[in-house]
Design a protein around this ligand. Sequence first.
Ligand code: PLP
Length: 385
Amino acid sequence: MIFLDAAATTPVRREVLEAMWPYLSGDFGNPSSHHSLGEAAATALAGARTAVARVLKCRAGEVTFTSGGTEADNLAVKGIALARKASDETLNRVVISAVEHPAVEESARYLERVHGFAVDVVPVDQDGLVSVGALRAVLRPETALVSIMYANNEVGTVQPVAELAAAAHEFGVPFHTDAVQAAGWLSLDTKALGVDALSMSGHKLGAPKGSGVLFAKGRVRLEPLVHGGGQERGKRSGTENVAGAVALSTALTLAAAEENTAAEQVSGMRDRFIASILAGVPGAVLTGHPVRRLPSVASFCFPGTSGESVLLELERLGVICSSGSACAAGSDAPSPVLLALGLDPETAQTAVRFSFTPDITEAELEQAAAAVATAVGRVRNLAQT
Ligand code: PLP
């Protein structure tokens, strides 16, 4: 089986499992307990926070552990917008892009539905890119927050985050980025990016599902969403997932050390994979930006098929991939991301996304490209009979 669905999730790395194991077994303490077991857990949690801060180039106190990318996005979007509105009633608009993950988009819609915010959606071009000009056009004195993702989960387009954050700051507006797909592939240096908040998720880079991080810059106020015992400096109550935090910090540290070589190697393979699909599958269309894309994502539309049928056929041929985001899988509706890129609904329904782990090999991708040509041919033949 060739696994080409790493943007959905990844297996837990052995080093990560080994690092987290003690906190699931012998050192199982609650970090809030005042005995040796509790202290061991608290020390592990502090170490994990420092390790994450080292990669994000921030202070440990700016790192909040969450239950994953979705919670980190919710905490950033709702938490920052609500705190700003509490300090100034007129700050009642949020800006998101047209290609955000539902964790951001639905958080903004919640603010609109329940808290009376207006949501301004910045359009993208046909490659999925947000321009600084388009962002500037929607910024207003009432804007409480801008949230624009670092890299798209369906088509892999990488946004000019530093430029977008700088534009938001010209208007005095804090900038959040969803870096869930970027983590492990692109630099997460929050200083160089100039972001005020950044979310990431452990399970996209070899830690277990259910671990995440929100970086929020010291001066950014956050209204907590989960209330209780005041853990995570009051930003996220609940007994901490110590093993999850250790796992995420280990995976992130390993990924950061490997980032440059993995990104370079995998993007070369991705480009050869894209070239062989475009050459070998008549009518295949690459979606997303041709150059500014994640090293790990190659996404296409195959007109005359249905994405779901191509997936099934590919699985029979030993290749696992996805028709878009894992969240939308199984849904009949065309992807809002592809529609935002200007694709018609019929073409959008023929989308297939291939996403790679850093250990993908050239031979696997060659085999997969041949399987794609076969699968698309079979689905098209069936459609004609
Ligand atoms: N944001 C993006 C861009 C994602 O791709 C995902 C997951 O696919 C999430 C957020 C949600 O992360 P999690 O699965 O950890 O909740």
